[in-house]
Design a binder for this molecule. Structure first.
Ligand code: AMP
Length: 386
């Protein structure tokens, strides 16, 4: 059992995006101080933190100085190099551990870990040579999806292969980088389970959340997911087993494809709070961010009770194409909660914020949140349509 890190202590966050921002908000509310380190300045996390350090993750002296000023280091960005986590660990506990980052930040390592541990995972092959690619396409058939092993998120570094002839061109389009080829799954729906594991090994989750993507980016999440109790139980069990097998102290999201025959396949893991769990801030007794804080500080985990069915819609930079969205209209038309991340530059595809709506059932929540998002750009032509 570890000694709890109590309010008043300083917590370190590697990374400075919206996940760190919402973690920092939870931490500040509970009386902690927050330091963040990333290569950027005036960041979503830095705007909330007490101290924002601008340094490269490879600047290990800066990382050591950062870690020596905090009681625990956690992260909100999983592509932090292993050496960074190791340097931080010389001065403060890193939770979840750097070894977990190392496994989950690389698709080959992550999928190999899952397969070896007996978890159901999307059929895949490692691709590092033209011969491996040709064999993988023969084994998995087309269509299939080639994904870079490193630095992949929101569909970046991915190419769909429609026929064996197009395989080499697809690999070239992702820079001939080490990759995995995945079978294309004709899923019925996508769901995720976010779970937290405390320092004492206790494990909780927020139930199954249903996710809809557009252009490979999460668009909408609803809770609870529209799946049978049997599937929900199985998804939650798998998630708990993943956290236990990895020895996570913190929060981890398991993203699944649900096949039409009811089989669940793991698409990927994220060893941190996840976009599909943003609705927990408004809809659950304890949010994923407060839970991350409780877990990494060695405190008891909070109740994950869902207060009301909920839906969350992401707000991408595309919404700014014709000027600032009409915030008053969206807030006036619906019981929508607005979350904006303080990002200064609204680029297409960039996650700028989200809206959450609670309602008597998920259908009503979904309809209202989409309506609220629509009103942001009402009367204007926009590329983002609900
Ligand atoms: P990823 O970044 O790997 O999570 O991919 C983003 C999204 O692309 C997923 O949430 C799916 O909607 C889609 N996708 C990724 N891999 C596959 C696959 N093997 N089969 C079908 N759709 C996929």
């Amino acid at each position: 059992m570890i000694a709890p890190i109590l309010p008043g202590a300083t917590l370190g966050v590697l990374g400075s995006g919206q996940l760190g921002r919402m973690f920092a908000i939870a931490a500040r509310r509970m009386g902690y101080r927050v330091h963040t380190l990333s290569p950027d300045q005036d960041t979503p996390t830095g705007q909330i933190a007490d101290v924002e350090i601008q340094a490269s993750y490879d600047d290990l002296d800066a990382v050591r100085r950062f870690a020596s000023a905090v009681s625990v280091v956690t992260f909100e960005f999983e592509n932090v190099p292993a050496a960074t986590a190791e340097a931080a660990a010389e001065h403060a506990p890193v939770r979840p551990a750097g070894t977990i980052l190392h496994t989950t930040q690389h698709r080959q390592r992550e999928k190999t870990f899952l397969e070896r541990a007996g978890f159901p995972v999307t059929p895949f092959r490692k691709v590092e040579t033209a011969e491996e690619l040709a064999k993988a396409v023969r084994d998995l058939d087309c269509p299939s999806i080639l994904k870079t092993a490193d630095f992949g998120y929101d569909g970046k570094g991915q190419a769909r292969i429609e026929s064996a002839h197009g395989a080499q061109a697809a690999w070239e389009s992702i820079g001939l980088a080490p990759a995995v080829l995945e079978q294309f799954i004709r899923f019925e729906r996508e769901v995720s389970v976010i779970a937290a594991r405390g320092a004492d090994g206790s494990c909780v989750d927020w139930g199954v959340i249903e996710n809809r993507h557009r252009h490979h980016i999460l668009d909408v999440s609803i809770a609870p997911a529209r799946v049978s109790p049997g599937i929900a139980k199985r998804a939650r069990e798998i998630a708990h087993q993943v956290l236990e097998t990895l020895g996570v102290i913190g929060v981890l999201c398991v993203e699944f494809f649900l096949e039409p025959d009811g089989r669940l396949l793991i698409n990927e893991l994220a060893p941190r709070p996840h976009n599909s769990g943003h609705l927990t801030v408004d809809a659950n007794a304890t949010s994923q961010f407060e839970q991350q804080l409780r877990a990494v500080c060695g405190l008891p985990l909070g109740s994950t009770e869902l207060l009301r069915p909920a839906a969350m819609a992401n707000l991408l930079g595309d919404l700014w194409a014709d000027g600032e969205p009409d915030w008053s209209a969206a807030l006036a038309c619906a019981p929508a909660k607005l979350h904006l991340y303080g990002k200064l530059e609204p680029r297409p595809g960039r996650k700028m914020g989200h809206l959450t709506v609670l309602a008597q059932d998920t259908e009503a929540a979904l309809e209202t949140v989409l309506q609220a998002r629509k009103t942001l750009t009402k009367g204007r032509p926009t590329k983002v349509q609900c």
